[in-house]
Write a protein that binds this ligand. Structure first.
Ligand SMILES: Cc1cc2nc3c(=O)[nH]c(=O)nc-3n(C[C@H](O)[C@H](O)[C@H](O)COP(=O)(O)O)c2cc1C
Length: 396
């Protein structure tokens, strides 16, 4: 049993959960082990759907033998189905297993279908407006949770979905000034805009709900980005959020699915090491300034002016994104292969990987602790003393 805490439960589609959600983290950073361990504690654990083949030695081998788009896509869908099944087994029927799908990914509809068919409890969709998510999931009883950054985006999704007769089961409000990975703004200069402040969004959402004839509890709001202490959780819930979503602190837990070296890079990063830049998706992103990213950023302007407008064959053959700066020659986007870089980070390749990370300090400083310890600290303000354990990482 999870120790007593003073917060009301987060209720999603009738299920009572701990009010701390583990955010989806690709590529492979939140797979079955992290999501299943979080769910086992009674919270929502999230598998990031993108490119999960990297976790499965047999699928990696099959893709090496036939490096064509069809084989890669099939391998990713097989891997997602396996990860959902494994996470469900690990959760022992507690909490919820969500699948995070990025709208900007070409195969997003396939990922949604496989998640639904393999018993995921929720789809959490970001990196683009999930206007057609209710249509994609019509035949399934599954919670739907859009990720947005301001009340305008949330109001738009609510209105469109209500016309289809569906309400989101919750909405994640992610703050671009604090979160890790891709950020929900069109340009870097907007990151600190006041419209993203949690208190303001939560306030504005009250007005949106009343204008649509909805009650405050009809759609729980979950805030995400930089929440790193019990006091921060308390402040968010006191301001009207029904839950908080946490990313980076879960990525570095013992159960996190990435290589231990990945966790070290995130945990040891100092504030000056964390940078924002334009990703190949065209969205700003936040990551640790590791050797590859340093080099890329040093040459970014030159790369952009020399080859920015040239189209390239997709180096991974996957064509993972519907719009990719490198493949499509979109000058103002980033110009690198995101699948290759994120997969290198997952393997702990510090020299070559792209290591997404949120902006803020971590709850346990640079210590690697368990999911249980993290949840306890966030919900009760205290954690058990650390126990020495070894992180495990292997291709399955
Ligand atoms: C390594 C990493 C990878 C991420 N990948 C994704 C992703 O694939 N999809 C997504 O919606 N959000 C992604 N995020 C965002 C997290 O789910 C989460 O909302 C955010 O990081 C919260 O901020 P925090 O890290 O300060 O807690 C990622 C974050 C990190 C740190």
């Amino acid at each position: 049993m999870f120790p007593a805490h003073s917060f009301p439960p987060l209720v999603i589609r009738g299920r009572s959960l701990l009010p701390v959600v583990q955010g989806g983290m690709g590529v492979g950073i939140s797979a079955h082990r992290l999501a299943g361990s979080v769910a086992r504690e009674g919270a929502m654990g999230t598998i990031a759907s993108i490119d999960l083949r990297h976790h499965h030695a047999d699928l990696v081998e099959a893709c090496r033998a036939h490096p064509d788009r069809e084989t890669l896509e099939r391998a990713n869908l097989t891997a997602l189905a396996r990860e959902i099944t494994a996470a469900r087994a690990l959760s022992e029927g507690r909490g919820m297993i969500a699948v995070n799908v990025m709208k900007a990914v070409n195969a997003h509809a396939d990922y949604v279908r496989v998640a639904c068919e393999n018993g995921a409890d929720a789809i959490v969709m970001g990196a683009g407006l999930p206007l057609d998510l209710p249509d994609m999931t019509q035949a399934f009883d599954i919670a739907l949770v859009p990720i947005l950054s301001d009340s305008r985006g949330a109001a738009l999704v609510l209105k469109k979905w209500m016309k289809k007769g569906r309400l989101p089961d919750a909405i994640v409000i992610e703050h671009p000034a604090h979160a890790g990975g891709h950020l929900g703004v069109t340009n870097l200069a907007d990151i600190h805009d006041g419209r993203f402040e949690f208190a303001r969004v939560l306030d504005e959402m009250q007005a949106v709900f009343s204008s649509l004839g909805l009650g405050r509890d009809d759609v729980p709001l979950i805030v995400a980005g930089g929440i790193n202490s019990h006091d921060a959780v308390r402040a968010c819930l006191a301001a009207g959020a029904s839950g908080v979503q946490i990313g980076t602190p879960f990525a570095v837990t013992e159960e996190g699915d990435a290589h231990p070296q990945f966790k070290r890079v995130l945990a040891d990063a100092s504030p000056e090491d964390i940078v924002e830049f334009i990703s190949v998706t065209g969205l700003p992103a936040r990551a640790v300034r590791t050797p590859w990213l340093s080099r890329y950023l040093r040459h970014e302007a030159r790369i952009r002016s020399k080859i920015g407008a040239l189209k390239h064959a997709c180096p991974a053959a996957l064509e993972c994104l519907s719009a990719c700066g490198l493949r499509d020659g979109i000058e103002k986007f980033g110009h690198f292969c995101i699948d290759t870089r994120l997969a290198a980070a997952l393997r702990g390749d510090v020299a070559n990987g792209l290591f997404f990370r949120g902006r803020e300090a971590l709850p346990f400083g640079n210590a690697i602790r368990s999911v249980r310890d993290l949840l306890e600290l966030l919900l009760t303000g205290t954690a058990r003393p650390a126990v020495a354990r070894h992180g495990a990482f292997s291709l399955r």
